[in-house]
Design a protein around this ligand. Structure first.
Ligand code: HEM
Length: 446
């Protein structure tokens, strides 16, 4: 006798991640636009997986709060201290968890500081970083793209954006890795805060043209603790989804022969291919989370109780719309996907993220002829993450190539030690920076 299907999506189960679409669609038929989910054994919530509902609920700041101190299970002490979801959902005094006027104040500081950076120079950093990373493996004819490239590129670019000193960037990278892997999360968190604090002190003495200085000098007069929390948030919020966008896009380019051929033949641009991936494999699946300020009756007779977590199911909503559109129009729709969110909290760095992904993919395709998947597609696996659409690995093969003739891109594009992410390492081949060498070793040791 087969057991009845689970009445909710168990977001922590490997089976769910093997095929989230089937589970979501089954539950959508049963419950409608908002489906019940289990975040970890015994911890329940909801996920909004409908495009129109997401838009209207994200804009309804009266009914929904981002402040996770409203989370009923947390308030009433039902979460274990080592709960795996706390790291991402625990309240921090930053823009992501703020509502109303407080959100507007913090958001202005973040968007102004990001806007003050030079997009042209940042694109050049992305291009130079991509070349450095490729130089490290191009002669081998094979690589593990996720760890040797996709995870490192956003880190190098975002580190430049913040102007962190190299030693602090290394410590930050180690702590971020430990936090995401759930290793010594408390210690990793403390280390992140120590490093951010050291950078704040350094930038007060030596301001630069970077986001850290922008936050320090902003007229919103953020307290040091607020600046620290925003450094941790933005570096974290920026790295993981951008890395996943690069890897998810490359997976599709290598497994969807029509799309791969169209991009190779310039019939489809990299930008359009990335848009397709933002519809089909959005990097954030069920994040951020909102908390109703009062009970909400659902059309099917159920009720979301005040303080129950309502996860933003951007990936499922996007995929559903893309599928319906493809069935009726024969192609993926325009850029109206919700991969970067909607409403007052929508991602303030969408252009930066897309620039990093486009530059990363374009450089790979240009530098590595004969690029192929290194394993049969069915051997690729998705990480068990309730918040992210993320591969566990992405092995590739290609025709071996010599390192780029660019020499030491860091020297060319960033002579100022104040804003340089990495000073060139004399012992490193092909002008590879010691920071990118360090990061590559760190990722290999995961
Ligand atoms: C492909 C990469 C990225 C994706 C898919 C992504 C997606 C998102 C999403 C879905 C949200 C929440 C929207 C909502 O609450 O409705 C968000 C917020 C945010 N993102 Fe991104 N993001 C990416 C890259 C970045 C980067 C590179 C940065 C910074 C350098 C960044 C900084 C932020 C910040 C600060 C917020 C909070 C905004 C607020 O609460 O007002 N993101 N992002």
């Amino acid at each position: 006798m087969t057991s009845p299907p689970c009445p909710y999506a168990a977001l922590y189960e490997p089976e769910f991640h093997a095929d989230p679409q089937t589970v979501n669609e089954r539950l959508r038929k049963e419950y409608g636009p908002v489906i019940p989910v289990e975040l970890e054994p015994g911890v329940r919530g909801w996920s909004v997986i409908d495009y129109a509902t997401l838009i209207s609920w994200c804009r309804d700041t009266r009914t929904f709060s981002r402040d996770s101190r409203r989370w009923r299970d947390w308030r009433e002490g039902r979460l274990a201290d080592d709960s795996g979801t706390l790291g991402m959902m625990m309240h921090r005094p930053n823009v992501l968890f703020a509502d109303g006027a407080e959100h507007q104040r913090l958001r202005r500081a973040v968007t102004d500081s990001l806007a003050a950076t030079d997009p042209q120079a940042l694109t050049e950093v992305a291009r130079a970083s991509a070349n450095q990373l490729i130089d490290a493996f191009c002669e081998r004819g094979e690589a593990e793209l996720l760890e040797e490239y996709a995870r490192l590129l956003p880190f190098l670019v975002i580190n430049h954006l913040f102007g962190f000193e190299e030693e602090n960037a290394r410590r930050f990278a180690v702590a971020m890795r430990d936090l995401f892997d759930g290793i010594h999360a408390e210690r990793a968190n403390a280390e992140l805060e120590r490093v951010a604090s050291a950078e704040i002190t350094r930038k007060r003495r030596q301001p630069g043209k970077d986001v850290t200085t922008g936050l320090l000098e902003h007229r919103a007069e953020l307290a040091d603790e607020e600046i620290l929390q925003h450094l941790v948030l933005i570096v974290g919020a920026g790295n993981e989804p951008t890395a996943n966008l690069i890897a998810n896009a490359m997976r599709i380019l290598l497994t969807d022969r029509d799309l791969g051929d169209d991009v190779a033949g310039s019939r489809t641009s990299i930008e359009d291919a990335v848009d397709r991936v933002l519809w089909s494999d959005s990097p954030l699946t069920n994040y951020p989370v909102m908390y109703p300020t009062s009970d909400i009756p659902l059309a099917n007779g159920q009720e979301i109780k005040e303080g129950e977590p309502v996860m933003l199911g951007y990936a499922a909503a996007n995929r559903n719309v893309a599928q319906e559109y493809a069935e009726s129009m024969g192609s993926a729709p325009n850029r109206a996907h919700l991969a970067f969110g909607v409403g007052p909290h929508r991602c303030p760095a969408q252009d930066t993220a897309i620039m990093i992904a486009n530059t990363g993919l374009r450089t790979l395709l240009r530098r590595l002829p004969g690029l192929r998947l290194g394993v049969p597609p069915e051997e690729l696996e998705w990480r068990v993450s309730i918040f992210a659409r993320s591969l566990t690995r992405l092995p590739i093969t290609f025709d071996p190539q010599p390192p780029s003739a660019e020499g030491t891109p860091w020297k060319q594009s960033h002579s100022s030690p104040e804003t340089s992410t990495a000073s060139p390492d004399a012992s490193a081949p092909s002008g590879r920076s010691s920071l990118s060498n360090f990061l590559a070793r760190l990722m290999r040791g995961r």
